[in-house]
Design a protein around this ligand. Sequence first.
Ligand code: GDP
Length: 448
Amino acid sequence: MLDNLTQRLAKVVKTIRGEARLTETNTAEMLREVRLALLEADVALPVVKSFIGKVREKAVGKEVMDSLSPGQALVGVVQQELSQIMGADLGEKASQLNFATQPPAIILMAGLQGVGKTTTVGKLARYLKQEKKKKVLTVSTDVYRPAAIKQLETVSGQSGVDFYGSDASEPIQIAKAALDHAKRHFYDVLIVDTAGRLGIDEQMMQEISGLHKTLSPIETLFVVDAMLGQDAINVAKSFNDALPLTGIVLTKLDGDSRGGAALSVRHITGKPVKFVGVSEKLDGLEEFDPVRMANRILGMGDILALVEEARKNVDIKAAQALEKKLKVGGRFDLNDFLAQIGQMKNMGGLSSMMSKMPAQFQQAAAGTNMDQAAKQVRRMEGIIHSMTPQERSKPEIIKAVRKRRIAAGAGVQVQDVNRLLSQFEQMQSMMKKMKGGGMMKMMRGLKG
Ligand code: GDP
């Protein structure tokens, strides 16, 4: 895992502490670190160069406030500039879908094969139905891969929206028929999935341009895989040249990628990123947030996202009740531990959670297999479930005989029960140190 930018700069700035201004000389060395950090985050080289140039312009001559070191001041400039470029300067509207048209609003999806286009159609359909209360129809024009059409039908069903099936053999015929159907049945939105290829391909571009001309979609979204890294820039350029894109969806941000592709694609197309994909599941789509993305690229961790997700999913009442209980001297017991484990599961899965933690945390967890971690969590729950209520509230009574019974009940070894108890004790002592607050407090601690 990578150092975060603040840590990197801290190493450099030792030599220049106490300077009141960011100067040509003191910034040069720090900018080298920024440049490396961006390259490590997979931002394409020309984009890095142009970005560094802008930061230099903004930074040099800037006063360093008393409370900051020159390094921190520079991180501030970098973070602000990156947020701006990621779209903060476009305003909130930029990342929203445009519906200002005679219904149905047509959304045309473009992108290479395997990037997550069909999955994204399913996610988008779900989002539009649930969050925006739209009546949504989907259609696939991928006449080359029947399996892709079937896949869209399946995800549409899972998202609870209608799917338009057609026997026609030409993408344009299918699209026209779907549009006609959408009009006659008063759909608000028609999402059109298209055929992708493994690489840029002339025929694919012509086909999707033809679809664009026929449909005149109000949104043409370019779907790109964050894992593409440096290559994203070339793919984005080709699609942007062939089609008047209106926005970008960056998928698979739950993987290892720092998301540098977001900056490259944003830079090369000039179009706003509108959504990010954060899991394979249909609820794994988030509205894009430029500031958070900037922090992620810089390796500062997506703490805001984590907190927001925690707010959404964690049973706040339960957290508050725990906080209260601990405040008045109550003991953190195995029931509370079980609830905490449950909350971790709710928070969008362990791997999605880890990807949002700051680099230091990710480093600690590097090498942990997330599937195994999830299995581990289930096993921990199984063990606690095999305990009696009395054992859960008074863990100290769990001695050898009880351990054997619990292990047998959960189908694990006694050493697994021991491990769980020691993990519990660690958590308990952590809770004691924080004097209550549980998960919510931990989050706040991380943020500060
Ligand atoms: P298409 O060929 O572009 O239509 O791609 P698919 O929608 O079939 O997706 C290809 C693979 O990527 C599938 O295994 C999806 O489950 C997976 N996928 C799509 N979006 C995401 C995402 O945001 N995160 C993760 N982890 N996987 C994704």
